[in-house]
Design a protein around this ligand. Structure first.
Ligand SMILES: C[S@@+](CC[C@H](N)C(=O)[O-])C[C@H]1O[C@@H](n2cnc3c(N)ncnc32)[C@H](O)[C@@H]1O
Length: 225
């Protein structure tokens, strides 16, 4: 069984031998692959919806992993006890959903490793983590087709404040895809700026903020070059 580059990047940040909760597991490929490759000791797979959870159960069964996986039909971590797991993955979901799941499970700050792979709302999620005593310790970038994804290792703790550009693009790194990622984020910011400028009553404060972000991103690009 092969994982896609996005899920492989998530898997690579899961600590060895962890007891893992995979929230929003859908097909269950991530915990199945981690178990098959001897990377984790146990997995709890959760999903809000019955059908994906059934698919995950079926995949676990077909790989002979039924004994080593638990399944929970629940919202986020609501049916998972803190002492059952050391690590939590939340991948392929919007940033707001990820923040809501963590908000309802403050125990995730207590000695757990979180691997987050948001699809949207990057600045909002980074800001939420910063304001809720979580620290982003590592970010990597994965490419799948022509899309780029970021994967974050997060733990409870203070994080030095992020600049406006870092809230959008994360801290500078030597990831081989960093330059492309900065271009991708800069194009998102540029589109947002164009939208604001085209409005009948432009929101000058929002424009100034986005201009600051764009300038910060250009500095990061220069630094990288
Ligand atoms: C796009 S899939 C991502 C699947 C997998 N994690 C991945 O990255 O490939 C999102 C999954 O999250 C589930 N989901 C959405 N909101 C959820 C929540 N609040 N709690 C648990 N699962 C949720 C959906 O039912 C769906 O199966």
């Amino acid at each position: 069984m092969e994982l896609t580059p996005r899920l492989k990047a998530v898997a690579s940040q899961v600590p060895e031998r962890a007891r893992l909760a995979d929230v929003g597991t859908d097909h269950g490929y991530l915990p199945v692959w981690l178990l098959l490759n001897g990377r984790i000791s146990k997995a709890v797979a959760s999903d809000l919806r019955e059908r994906p959870l059934d698919t995950a159960k079926e995949n676990a069964r077909s790989y002979g992993l039924t004994e080593r996986m638990d399944f929970r039909l629940c919202d986020g971590l609501s049916a998972i006890e803190p002492d059952e797991v050391d690590a939590v993955t939340i991948a392929g979901m919007g940033g707001e959903t990820i923040a809501a799941i963590l908000e309802a499970a403050p125990w995730t700050r207590e000695g757990k490793t979180l691997v987050l792979q948001p699809m949207t709302s990057f600045p909002e999620l980074r800001l939420w983590l910063q304001q809720h005593q979580y620290s982003i310790e590592r970010e990597t970038i994965a490419r799948e087709g022509d899309r780029l994804y970021t994967v974050w290792t997060v733990r409870g703790g203070e994080m030095p404040p992020l600049t406006p550009a870092e809230l959008w693009a994360g801290r500078q790194s030597d990831d081989p895809l960093r330059g492309e990622y900065l271009d991708y984020i800069l194009s998102k910011v540029t589109r947002a700026l164009e939208g604001h400028r085209a409005a009948q009553k432009p929101d000058e404060a929002a424009i100034a903020k986005l201009e600051e972000v764009a300038a910060g991103l250009r500095n990061m690009k220069e630094e990288l070059a």
